[in-house]
Each structure stands twice: as C-alpha cells, then as structure tokens.
Ligand binder design. Sequence first.
Ligand SMILES: Nc1ncnc2c1ncn2[C@@H]1O[C@H](COP(=O)(O)OP(=O)(O)OP(=O)(O)O)[C@@H](O)[C@H]1O
Ligand SMILES: [Mg+2]
Length: 335
Amino acid sequence: FIDRPDNRTDDDLNNVITQDEQMLRILDKVRTVAPSNAPVLVQGETGTGKELIAQALHNLSFRTKSGQIVALNCAAIPETLLESEMFGAEKGAYTGSDSQHVGRFERADKGTLFLDEISDLSLPLQSKLLRALQEREIERVGGSQPIKVDVRIVACTNENIQQIVDQGKFRADLFYRLDVIRIVLPPLRHRPGDIPLLADHFLEQYNKEYAKTVQGFSQEAIQVLTSYQWPGNVRQLENAVQSAVIQTQSDLIVAGDIDLHRDESSPPPIEPVSQDHSDRIPFQVGMTLRDLEKEAIMRTLEAHDFNQTKTAETLEVTSRTIRNKLREYDKPESQ
Ligand SMILES: Nc1ncnc2c1ncn2[C@@H]1O[C@H](COP(=O)(O)OP(=O)(O)OP(=O)(O)O)[C@@H](O)[C@H]1O
Ligand SMILES: [Mg+2]
C-alpha cells in the first residue's frame, strides 16, 4: 500500500503538455518520486521546463500543507548576498543590516527549496550548503545558534554537473548528495511531436490573453515550426507563438507570421539542419515556375534556420518579398 498525499491528482501535472514517450515516462517518475523526501536534480537545456517540473514535484509531495516551495536562483544573486539570502542574517551581521533577515532555507522549512542554476554556486557556498544538508541545520550569517530545518531539495541545472565536478569547480560530495534522483529533460528538437501540441496550447493561451480569435496554423507554418531546431526550447516556441498571435493579420497563423529572429549571441544548434540533399531541388517537367520558386524559398529558409532576412539575402530579394511569398503560399486558393 503506497500512501499518497491527499487530494493530489494528475491535475498537478496537467500543465505539462506532452505526448512524447520519453516525457511521459519522466512524468511517471515525477509522480513516483514526488512524495519522497529525496533530493532531485533536474537537468535540461534552457527552456525545457525544469521549473515546471520542480513545481510539480512540490505539488505532488506531502509538503504542500506544511510548507511552501521557495526558489533561490544561484546565478542571479551576487555572491556577497547569496549566503545571507540562503541562510539568513542576524541584526548587525554586516554593515547596514539593522534588522534580522530570514533566509530561504528557513522559509522553505517543511516545504521545498528549489535551488536554480546550482552549478553557479561558488565553492565556499557549496561547502556551506553541504554542511546544511548533512546536519539538517543552518546558521544565520552573524548568528551563533544552529537552527533545525526540514527541507526537500530540488536543484536545477542546464549544464552537465558531472563535467563541472571533473573540472574541479563543483564539489563531488555535494553533487552526490543532490544527485539522488535525476530527471533529465530532453530538448524540444528531440521531441518534434510535441511542437504542434505546444503551439496549439500557447495559441489558445495567447488568444485569451490578447482577446484574439486566431483559429490555428497553416500547413507551412507547422512545417516551419517542426523543422526548426529551437535552441531556446519550449520558452522560445512560446515566444514565437505569442509574437505571431499579436502580429497576424488573419485568423490563421501563416509561415510569414513566424519570426524566428535568432539571438546572435546564442550558439547555433549543434545538429546540422539536414544531412540529406535538401540543398538540391528536384525538377520535373510539369512543375511550374511558381512551384520551383516556392521550393527554392522553402529550402533556403530551412537552410537558414527560417531566418527570413538571411534567406532574402541569399536569394537576392527583399525580406518583404519573402514574407509576401510565404503569405501567398499559405492561401488555400493559390495551391
Ligand atoms: N511541457 C510543457 N508544457 C507547457 N508549458 C511548458 C512546458 N515546458 C515548458 N513550458 C513553458 O515554457 C517556459 C519555460 O519553462 P521553464 O521556465 O520551466 O524552463 P527552464 O528549464 O526552467 O528554463 P531555464 O533553464 O532557462 O530557467 C515556461 O513558460 C513554461 O511554462
Ligand atoms: Mg528555470
């Protein structure tokens, strides 16, 4: 007989949209491990849903009534403030502190402490965190009394921590303490079946938010979405759909509405766009010039990761021409 937290149903996981086998297995694992107090390490590229999973782990635990989930982003807070954010500080612990400060560990007592971007934690703080986890107690900065804390740790990272351990930048003993249950979220490009599903989900969400009535995506638009590599994963897809919903002129999102302006600072996806002969257009007598042109535009778009500006440059036309052509291809009567 496995005791389950009261009133917890799969509703807590319903906001995780997926139909992918591997993701569904991960959700099963989340349901299974959530009620235990074991630490969980969630690994995955940026935008793959790590925070969503951390929240689900808390929602499906026994800790929702006794405590809350408290987040601490180890990369966002300056090193000098991180210790007191984590463990709290007594009055007068440092210059300018004229009141006592309760840290995130204490606020997460009997709940979940969600340590985001754990790999960015400095070595001195790693030692302090390790001690807190081993002793199950913390000391506020400037304090002398240890304080008992009962927290469940969910740590997230978008890096391979094992590598950082091997480089000597992350303590192996802390890593093993955090890495009791590991959940690795696959990048969106490895679950292409989820792309149309998520796109529809975000379409509905942003229709509501902007009081729009966009009905769906054209075939070409879906083709653009499913063949893109999504280095920013689900978050980037969400942003693309949001921007298309706002900008579309019709009740259907067409390929030209999808603006995949890539952040120049983000590295290009590792996988090549295609390994086949997509740089060649098969021509058969019977094809129209229009068919050939469409083929040329779609292939060039694909080769440029759907960047319309670069496609226009390659084909020596204006971006406006590309946009207009894409709109035209999406019109059913012109097929
Ligand atoms: N499977 C999913 N279903 C629905 N929404 C999702 C899914 N995965 C991610 N999202 C949404 O995508 C966005 C990014 O997800 P989240 O913040 O959990 O990513 P992350 O892995 O924590 O990213 P980062 O490493 O950049 O912090 C959020 O708005 C989240 O709600
Ligand atoms: Mg996150």
